[in-house]
Design a protein around this ligand. Sequence first.
Ligand code: ANZ
Ligand code: ZN
Length: 803
Amino acid sequence: MNKYDHRPIEKKWQDKWEEAGVFHASNADFQKPKYFALVEFPYPSGQGLHVGHPRSYTALDIVARKRRLQGYNVLYPIGWDAFGLPTENYAIKNHVHPAIVTEKNIARFKQQLQSLGISFDWSREINTTDPAYYKWTQWIFLQLFKHGLAYKKEMSVNWCTSCKCVLANEEVVDGVCERCGSEVVHKVKSQWMLKITEYAQRLIDDLDLVNYPDRVKAQQRNWIGRSTGAEVDFETTAGDKMKIYTTRPDTLYGATYMVISPEHPLIEKWADQLKNMEEIRTYQAEAAKKSDFERTEVAKDKTGVRLDGVMAINPVNGREIPIFISDYVLVSYGTGAIMAVPAHDTRDWAFAKKFNLPIIEVVKGGDVEQEAFTDCETGVMVNSGILDGLSVEDAKVKITEYLKEKGIGEPKVNFKLRDWVFSRQRYWGEPIPIVHCEKCGFVALPESELPLRLPEVESYEPTDNGESPLAHMTDWVNVKCPHCGGPAKRETDTMPQWAGSSWYFLRYMDPHNPDALASKEALDYWTPVDWYNGGMEHTTLHLLYSRFWHKFLYDIGVVPTAEPYAKRTSHGMILGENGEKMSKSRGNVVNPDDIVNEYGADTMRMYEMFIGDFEKAAPWSTSSIKGCRRFIERYWNLQENLIAGDGIRPHMESLFHKTIKKVGEDIENLKFNTAIAAMMSLLNELATDGSITREELKTFTILINPFAPHVTEEVWSEQGFGGMVCQQAWPSYDEAKCKDETVEIAVQVNGKVRTRLEIAADLSKDEVLAAAKADAKIASEIDGKKLIKEIYVPGKLVNIVAK
Ligand code: ANZ
Ligand code: ZN
């Protein structure tokens, strides 16, 4: 028999699978049970595949392959999330069309993925930059527009000074641009917005319908940030009412001053009455430069300016209190104005200390002496008029009723979630299919004109005033209004990178359909995705955005379910050998091509699954990869031990059943590493035994196949087992045969052996002790005595000390 050599084997089987189309999902047989396994489609960057990518792809490949063996019609697709800034920036720098860069990058990624033997259905490959694809991204946008969920608004946006581009809040990380790390400032721009806030409550509620890890659900909830409280109107000496939002209406008596955000509209209204307008304007300008993140940091030094000339009136006690502007109050949250309760709010406390403002305690903590600035959620009301003596909880109810009665307050629910800024002033994105008409306003492009293709431009650079490069294309921009026929202009902004990935899983269901994003039958059959795996970095935005679009499509009758993904899991990152994040600058990047060349795709796959707990980060290790290679070689060599006779031999039977059970269950529970360990044990037993039957080799080969698909196909065909392994049936096991063997233990009373018991080897201590005491001999021995101590030495003996 030949020595194991991965090189000829792997290419051969990849070609055979593709030729036979064995991994193609079928849209012809909707009676068969379906399984839709999904991984996040990659952004085809110039760097090529990273060893982190195959961790997710291999894991779900194992699931997909197992499902096929279990008889499902499996959809396991892949495509390209190919619009975006890195490609555009590369195109600008090197003067090539981003479409050409994209094509080149995709070719490289595809070749790399195919070399790994992932069982993707390549006949369903999609690309978000293909007009046949983005036609439907634009179509969904038009439906949102027609339903009032897309609107244009002048707003203060995050502006990356280096990318010259508007960023969503989510793209600003720690105050800087997520992509380039440059400073982010505020700028007022007219932007397309999507009303995701309209779905905030449902995006929380429907988490009950899906199987996501708790940490993922918690992140979704936190991001949406539901908050309950009240809106309260404060009178002012200027005559205008000032509406505030508070989660603690119970602390109203402790409000000793007010703070409004520097952008609050009342400031302009009061400009004539305010004596320090100049100082106020200087402060406003400073605040505009800061990101929301910087402004609301608790630890930051508090700054502000008192409005000189207008006072507020606390509605519960009629006291006049000063009003400040301070950047820690955001214009975009609640009403952009707060009542400050320095005794019980950390930020207010810091501010009051700095500006020497009165601090009135209104909640006395329970048994612990509270720090003055603790946000106390429990305790008893003091210094609070009608609320005195009530618990915080009761005080909230009472004051809210009181405010309502007087017509000065209302209960209110707020969300942290903001509407989604949906336009970018860049070239490489989906054109927004809207026309601005002088007479008719914003007009939707007729659906028959979709896709609205990206025109060729001379330069991809944004204009200096921050408009998209499309703004230069006057031929393209100037059109007739589809509504009145008058002069109109096309929207020149494009969609953000999140657009194409918000619905891509639907396109896989029917990727070549020219008349709909997918046929009704395909959507009804394949929806929802049964298992979706992706990175933790996408559990807030991408997950939220795609859930939002899906719910909208559900509401307008396009998709049959309210949620897109029945189950979501997340993998940990693969780190460099030194335990740090892999990066060029750290010099710890491992190139998957090198690993595939040297050790083979099967070893690479096996290793990525063996590297550690799938959900946790794991450092790369070249020595462990050799262990995985050894495993495959030893499996290959089993062929030399083949003996006549068939079936699974009695002395191997229990181990086979146990291994089938364990590998199957471990795959379902993302415990790929322990599944491999179980297969390694079985291999050890078989190797030690020195012989193997055809049936044993067959069964073992099917078990390993999802992990190491190429070598298993080769062994299968080499031995003439018939057909391909990937088309066999997943082996079943008999629960009764999975029981561990029994062991004999001695049972002592006060150190003397009184009997011997035959028990199952996997019993717990309590079970063994119960069995020992239930034995007739032992029961009579300890009858009427007091049990002092019960000792169990696993698998050996029980000793009961009794007096
Ligand atoms: C009085 C008070 C007393 C407050 C107290 C808190 C504790 P959530 O919704 O949980 O984030 N607030 C309201 N609008 C704000 C804005 N635009 N910018 C900054 N802060 C704002 O918290 C809402 C609380 O944050 C509100 O309740 C308000 O302060 C502040 F012991 O009002 B509170
Ligand atoms: Zn018009």
